[in-house]
Ligand binder design. Sequence first.
Ligand code: UDX
Length: 452
Amino acid sequence: MKLSIFGTGYVGLVTGACLADVGHDVICVDINQSKIDSLKQGGIPIYEPGLENVVKTNVAQGNLRFTTSAEEAVQHAEVIFIAVGTPPDEDGSADLQYVMAVGKTIGQLMTNYKVVVNKSTVPVGTADKVTAVIQQALLERNCAAEFDVVSNPEFLKEGAAVADFMRPDRIVIGTSSDFAEGIMREVYAPFNRNHEKIIVMDVRSSELSKYAANCMLATKISFMNEMANIAERVGADIENVRKGIGSDPRIGYHFIYAGCGYGGSCFPKDVQALAQTAKQYGYEPGILDAVEAVNHRQKQKLFELICTHYGVDTAKAGVKDCLKGKVFAVWGLAFKPNTDDMREAPSRVLIEQLWAAGATVQAYDPEAMEETQRIYGSTDKLALTGTKESALKGADALVICTEWKSFKTLNADILAGNMKEMLVFDGRNLFDVARMRDQGVKYYSIGRPALC
Ligand code: UDX
């Protein structure tokens, strides 16, 4: 089938590459000329396991092309995906200007029937708005071409995006048109071979499903972080509690890991956006607001633990210069492993708090070094080191923000040989507390007894 994807960000690029990989004839279009030029040369703008290979193979086979020409993309396709960004507005609601601009462009350029698919995470009611903007553009040029706007949210995870797209656990399609449904079934037929994964529903339920999924997952995490804060106070261990409740199939083991908060491009944005939608419809979303508030607080947890260890009372003395002269090694900058994405990453909150307190940072991440450099530029408050060991040199303490696999073994000799003392603040509960005690490490983690 002939498909076009507007937007070559995370979702757009993965969608385009994977749909080409199953044999569709795909054009990816973006307004960013340098990004398109680079993609044409095989440059992948994001780190995502397996993506480079899928893009290169399909470009070479001729079923994946990149362009900045919206006209070429609209003429080419019978199905047009909108996968452009929906950044948060000042009040947290999703900014639809890019989605609407693509809708308008499609309406200005189409000459025959199209299925227009909303792949971006968009608030309930957006399909109706996109329909209206296309209709208006068609009217202005007196064009009678027909179209359907379908909702088809994407549930892929960063770091596993290609695998998730290729083996989805469900494909949600929101439409009331039997004709558009038939076309969408054809698009996804290659992913729907062994089990029925396609769930067809009305447009608004489909749009809300995406938010409900992310908000449910974010709720699980904030709930566990709240339990961790309670565990810490009552002398319990959140890792035992996790096992104790995860074994109940109604709760499950997934997404109940306490830590230094969730980040990324989806959870923080989507929780706030759904809360805003609820408020616009006159409903006060008690749970969503609490999920966001708990996460905001949890991102400050590592700094709090550090202040507690050094006996600093920021409420009394303020933050400024309260850790002056101290050097912190930070392991993990990306918001989670297997990505270089630092959007809303807990590491950023920590690093900025350490700087405000007068400390300096020596940081290492297996993939996000360039991204960190891009965000913070060159500053003498931040040294980016080539290895996790070199980040430890002369450091007062090690702080772990991301659970990269390569961080999961901690060699006490290396700590002792490099650091002023063996002091670790672990935001991802990577190590066994008893083992840390045996090795003489001063060890703070989330929702577990501290070894100070
Ligand atoms: C998420 C959804 O999982 C995905 O379905 C959706 O399409 C986009 O949003 P993503 O943001 O890539 O995907 O990352 P995810 O693996 O879900 O992790 C999100 C954040 O939650 C990370 O910061 C992670 O560290 C944190 N997390 C996750 C926890 O703190 N505890 C957990 O138990 C799980």
